[in-house]
Design a protein around this ligand. Structure first.
Ligand SMILES: [Zn+2]
Length: 93
């Protein structure tokens, strides 16, 4: 599904070229956010909504990377703890 469900995004987009350092920072921000909500399964939309200047694309990128790199994070289909939709969610264990 390439369709965007995020129609409410009114925040300015960061359109500056992103270096690897900044991409690392995006992943770190998501890791920190999930650790602050440990054992809560959250979808990419709610992760994006919870982090300043973050898009759903950023959140999806970061949660996929975290799952691959770090056994502390799991990504699976489930019910989001915040919006209660059945989606792909990420959880810090
Ligand atoms: Zn959600």
């Amino acid at each position: 599904m390439a369709m965007s469900l995020d129609k409410t995004e009114a925040r300015p987009r960061l359109d500056k070229p992103l270096g690897f350092r900044l991409i690392g920072t995006r992943i770190e921000r998501v890791a920190q956010f999930l650790e602050n909500h440990v054992r809560s399964s959250l979808c990419d939309s709610c992760i994006a909504a919870g982090i300043e200047l973050f898009s759903v694309t950023d959140a999806g990128y970061a949660t996929n990377s975290l799952q691959r790199r770090n056994g502390k994070f799991q990504r699976h289909r489930g019910t989001c703890a915040r919006c209660e939709k059945k989606k792909i969610v990420t959880v810090a264990l």
